[in-house]
Design a protein around this ligand. Structure first.
Ligand SMILES: NC(=O)c1ccc[n+]([C@@H]2O[C@H](COP(=O)([O-])OP(=O)(O)OC[C@H]3O[C@@H](n4cnc5c(N)ncnc54)[C@H](O)[C@@H]3O)[C@@H](O)[C@H]2O)c1
Length: 330
């Protein structure tokens, strides 16, 4: 039974950073986002735009019940473990939670007749790249268990049985998600936090030391989380009208170095960061910038919120407002 009059979209990991922004974007388009989350890395307080079902996507019986309850039009699959460092210490947990759980989800979808899935993948599947910008046809070469588990999940999606004629999937390889909702209704909240922008902002606001690994020249493509959320609306539209599996990069096509990010945070926060430089981290690729031509041409993807100033401005506003204690020591 469909328990709401609007179309339901299941968002796994909807209590997380990216998933909660996707829920807001779905609600604005009159869908009902139904969050499935075990709250291992997410927060109940970020689920504001639809129901929350607390549970683990490794539980096939629970998934089947949920699919029967909501008759979802599609699944947006963001749930996963996200720490590269942790994945090197506990790889088996990453393969179970990111890869096997995706297989379970696909199986439950097939049995319930749910035909569309949008999958949160990552630019880290490309590994060490020397190209100036990276297109989807680039050979993948994951350098850590996190990236490997995400690529295995992509492959599981590609392997869906051929007899599922009307099955469609869109794999979105995000580059560096950053920024926060422009009304601070949701934002980045990881515990522990490991990402550059929130860590540097928290250090600036608290007046604590901030560590840069290497000389600060590492370049990344920072894409505003609201642009990522909007890319899911486009992907949903695309998957409903096209069968098969497509993969798209979601970035901006422009890269910024760590030093450029840090200087922008100083400029917009009005604080000077107390910088400390340490040895570069093993496996830190010097440059990762997206070629977004495919998403632009096939889905009319066009980032609107991703200027570095807007990313930092919205992130600062979120961190100034948020009262949760965030562990910045890891
Ligand atoms: N943040 C980034 O820059 C980035 C970049 C590329 C890809 N991604 C991908 O995007 C997705 C979301 O990332 P995020 O930054 O929002 O992370 P997040 O930790 O904020 O959100 C992930 C959510 O998944 C939930 N979850 C984890 N395992 C689960 C399980 N077995 N069952 C139910 N819920 C589970 C967590 O509780 C959390 O709410 C992840 O799949 C990640 O790999 C993120």
């Amino acid at each position: 039974m469909n328990i709401t009059s609007k179309q339901n979209i299941i968002v796994t990991g909807g209590a997380g950073y990216i998933g909660s922004h996707i829920c807001k974007a779905l609600a604005a388009e009159n869908y009902t986002p139904v969050t499935l989350d075990n709250l291992s890395g997410g927060f109940e307080k970020l689920v504001k735009w639809g129901p929350l079902e607390v549970g683990d996507i490794n539980n096939k019986i629970w998934l089947t019940d949920i699919f029967n309850k909501y008759s979802p039009l599609a699944i947006i699959h963001c749930a996963g473990l996200i720490s590269v460092e942790e994945s090197t210490k506990k790889p088996e947990i990453y393969f179970r939670n990111n890869f096997h759980a995706t297989e379970i989800l696909l199986d439950a979808m097939r049995k319930a007749g749910v035909k569309h899935i949008i999958y949160s993948s990552t630019a880290s599947v490309y590994g060490n790249v020397t190209e100036n910008v990276i297109a989807e046809k680039q050979i993948t070469s994951p350098q850590n268990p996190y990236a490997e588990s995400k690529l295995k999940a992509e492959n599981a999606i590609h392997k869906q049985p051929k007899e599922q004629n009307d099955f469609s999937a869109v794999i979105l390889r995000y580059f560096n998600a950053a920024g926060a909702d422009d009304k601070s209704e949701t934002g980045e909240l990881h515990n522990p936090e490991t990402h550059l922008i929130p860590l540097a902002i928290i250090a600036a606001l608290n007046g604590t030391e901030f560590t840069i690994y290497g000389d600060g020249s590492v370049v990344r493509d920072y894409v505003h989380v609201s642009d990522i959320a909007n890319a899911h609306l486009l992907a949903l539209k695309y998957s409903i009208s096209n069968n098969g599996v497509q993969t798209f990069n979601i970035g901006t096509g422009q890269g910024f170095s760590v030093i450029e990010v840090v200087r922008t945070i100083e400029k917009l926060s009005g604080k000077t960061l107390n910088l400390k430089f340490k040895e570069p981290r093993a496996g830190d690729v010097p440059k990762l910038v997206a070629d977004v031509t495919k998403a632009t041409e096939l889905m009319s993807y066009k980032p609107q919120h991703s200027s570095l100033n807007n990313i930092i401005k919205t992130a600062i506003a979120w961190h100034q407002m948020d009262s949760l204690t965030i562990n910045t020591t890891l």
